[in-house]
Design a protein around this ligand. Sequence first.
Ligand code: GSH
Length: 229
Amino acid sequence: MYRLFIGNKNYSSWSLRPWVLLRQLDIPFDEQLVPFDEGGSWEKFRHFAPNGLVPCLEDGEVTVWDSLAIVEYIAEQYPQVWPENAVARAWARCATAEMHSGFAALREQCPMNCGVTVSLDTLSAGLQKDLGRIAELWEEGLQRFGGPFLAGDRFTAVDAFFAPVAFRVKGFGLSLPDAAAAYARHLLTLPAMGEWEAEALREPWRETDHEEEMLQSGTLVEDRRVQPA
Ligand SMILES: N[C@@H](CCC(=O)N[C@@H](CS)C(=O)NCC(=O)O)C(=O)O
């Protein structure tokens, strides 16, 4: 059985991608949650991941690090990870790769922190550009492939890669055009997303870097997490 190493559910957007994919597709795996250490987790994560980062997948003798490599590895055994239709599959791979290597302003200014609501101080030009491109991409996928998921009627890897964006949209009150906003809300209603969020809220850990990063962009309005340990 696959063994998936992840970081804190509250903070780790990269971990959410393969986790939500496996859960939504009902692919069995053993979850190994390793909380972040203050000031960096290199030493701790190096015990299982050569790059000292989460997520990391172990499958017997095979170690696969990096969320995109993990998804491609799983797809070799479970083809339903990608859309069946070749055109939708090519589009899904492009959109997934764009998410994997882009959207720096969104990542930096709206870090995933599932349990909080933050009021943004300003909507920077970079953030506006990222949100505009995300809306364009989502609307294109929904229209071209008929929805309700980005590349058709099934949840696939491209939806998993944008799942963290749904938590960012909710937490930072980001505004999107109607169809894109409805898609973000739909992602949040998925059972696997509900499970992830509920477990994130129950985590007692706070990690200074992640907390400070969040407060650089705005003001904390609500914190729904359990009291810190
Ligand atoms: N490109 C990598 C990025 C992974 C990544 O940056 N992971 C972060 C957590 S979400 C991490 O492990 N950071 C280590 C730390 O904060 O000490 C992937 O897609 O898996």
